[in-house]
Design a protein around this ligand. Structure first.
Ligand code: B1M
Length: 214
């Protein structure tokens, strides 16, 4: 089966909100030799982005969006498991605490970022979603983290990234910060004083490697 056919099946499984098929396509694509990143970026992410556009234009509603997200979560679990079994350095390159900011429950992208970081030798603590600024900071202190990663998918909740960074600066705390999520940009990161902006999971690993000199 050609790669293009796997991509199309992956997009369709998300459009159909069909979790079982999404998982099955992910497994078959990996067994056929596609990388987790390839089938995710060229297939499943395209599907969920299409659903997002249909939602934006009022052609689908929240229940459909939620079911499509569930199918996406199934595919992500399969590809992330493959990433994790493939990689991981013997000794951690650094400690990362990561979460989706307060008021925001989008966590599919964060799960992918976590899998990439772990596969690339980082010790990652997932704080989950809807994480308060105080929790990011308390956990980073408790674990002596090197980096705090913050995901935000809403233009309203990205302000929370700014809030965390302000507290860190006010208190003179040493943790490096990386911001990501669809509305975040390099310009936003510069504006709020984040140490780095990551466009996607791969970029997240690169930016953290650079911040920690790895
Ligand atoms: Co929501 N949603 N949603 N949603 N949702 C968006 C974000 C939206 C753009 C859809 C749209 O209107 N077109 C829109 C936001 C508009 C805006 O703010 N400008 C929106 C809205 C409005 C909402 C609600 C308000 C809807 C409502 O209730 N009326 C609501 C908000 C709930 C809340 O959070 N309080 C809501 C709810 C939901 C669901 C729960 C149904 C579901 C999320 C399920 C889940 O995550 N468990 C959902 C989904 C699925 C989406 C879309 C369709 C897809 C998001 C996604 O998973 N993308 C989304 C539209 C879109 O983004 N195209 C949309 C795939 C994922 C792989 O990409 O998350 O960008 P992404 O992650 C990437 C990078 O951004 C980066 O790496 C990742 C991997 O490559 N990255 C990081 C992300 N975090 C990082 C952290 C890092 C580094 C890199 O730190 C180191």
């Amino acid at each position: 089966m050609a790669n293009e056919e796997f991509y199309q099946e992956a997009v369709q499984a998300i459009l159909d909100s069909d979790r079982a098929t999404a998982e099955d396509v992910a497994k078959r694509a990996l067994a056929a030799g596609l990388s987790p990143a390839d089938i995710m970026q060229n297939g499943f992410v395209k599907g969920i982005s299409e659903i997002g556009e249909l939602f934006d234009s009022g052609e689908v509603f929240l229940p459909e969006l939620m079911m499509a997200a569930d199918a996406m979560a199934g595919a992500t679990e399969v590809t992330n498991a493959a990433l994790l079994s493939a990689g991981g350095a013997a000794e951690a390159k650094g400690k990362i605490v990561i979460g989706t900011v307060q008021g925001d429950v989008h966590d599919i992208g964060k799960a992918i970022v976590i899998a990439y970081l772990k596969a690339n030798g980082y010790e990652v603590t997932d704080l989950g979603r809807d994480v308060a600024a105080a929790t990011f900071i308390a956990k980073a202190k408790e674990l002596s983290a090197d980096v705090i990663g913050m995901s935000a998918l809403l233009t309203t909740t990205m302000e929370e990234q700014k809030k965390v960074i302000k507290v860190l600066k006010d208190e003179g705390l040493p943790f490096k910060t990386v911001v990501g999520g669809a509305p975040a940009t390099q310009r936003w990161a510069d504006q709020i004083g984040a140490d780095a902006y990551a466009e996607d999971a791969n970029d997240g690993v690169k930016k953290i490697d650079a911040l920690l000199g790895k």
